[in-house]
Design a binder for this molecule. Structure first.
Ligand SMILES: [Fe+2]
Length: 247
């Protein structure tokens, strides 16, 4: 069995995420994307999610062409296996379902023609943009999806350098009814100072409906433990209303 004792723990976990209850964004189906490498690592991460206060989790592997050309049926089957392993390991967290984190890319157009999305709570399609550059036709594809009746959650808008909180495009997406999900770790500066600043700006504007952990591996899990000791983040969790509890 692989052991994950890479870290000397500086902090012990505090259950500050009880205020959210549900994590709706993480990559803990092993070996299907850049997330968890094996069942043991996923179990370790799930235990940490529980320790910092979550009692329910949706797992959301990447669907991204051509890097992670995942298939919904295959992901569903692998998720069920992961769920069994979690039960065997007595992980005390409800595995509420599997969804996708769909990259809006050239492959996404084909998905629009024959939609069979794995949705968060059977209701929301979680989408992400390129982390580097804006893709042409991106907002139109989102609009198309909405016209087909889907509710859209945009993953970590604070992480896209070309999406300025004070700019018109983010406001346009919000006016269009796109739900925004920030990453908890952004609030601690895990992705740098700019995403952190944007995440706080979005909160102040009242533009954040969901918070997720986007946990990929034990390094993220340890960062969450550290974050659970951040009193400012704890205050944020109690100050704002998030929709995580509705999932
Ligand atoms: Fe993600």
């Amino acid at each position: 069995m692989i052991m994950f004792n890479f870290f000397r723990r500086k902090y012990t976990p505090r259950p500050i995420f009880e205020a959210l209850g549900t994590d709706m964004h993480c990559h803990l189906v092993p070996q299907v994307d850049d997330g968890s490498k094996c069942f043991e690592e996923s179990v370790e991460c799930l235990k940490t999610l529980k320790a910092v206060g979550f009692n329910k989790v949706y797992i959301t592997p990447h669907f991204q062409h051509p890097r992670f050309d995942n298939d919904e049926e295959d992901i569903r089957r692998r998720y069920q296996e992961m769920k069994l392993r979690a039960v065997e390991a007595a992980v005390d967290i409800e595995m509420a379902g599997v969804a996708g984190e769909y990259r809006i890319d050239s492959g996404f157009k084909n998905r629009l023609e024959n939609p069979r999305f794995l949705q968060v709570a059977g209701k929301y399609v979680l989408v992400e943009f390129s982390l580097h550059q804006q893709m042409m036709g991106c907002d139109e594809m989102i609009f198309d999806l909405q016209m087909k009746g889907y509710d859209i959650i945009l993953a970590h808008p604070e992480r896209y350098p070309y999406l300025n909180v004070l700019g018109s495009r983010m406001e346009q997406l919000k006016n269009q009814g796109v739900f925004f999900q920030i990453n908890a770790l952004s609030l601690g500066g895990f992705y740098g100072e700019e995403p952190k600043r944007r995440a706080y700006q979005m909160l102040e504007r009242g533009w954040v409906e969901f918070m997720g952990t986007d946990t990929h591996n034990t390094m993220y899990a340890q960062a969450l433990v550290d974050l659970s000791n951040d009193r400012k983040v704890e205050k944020i969790l109690n100050k704002y209303e998030f929709l995580n509890k509705t999932l």
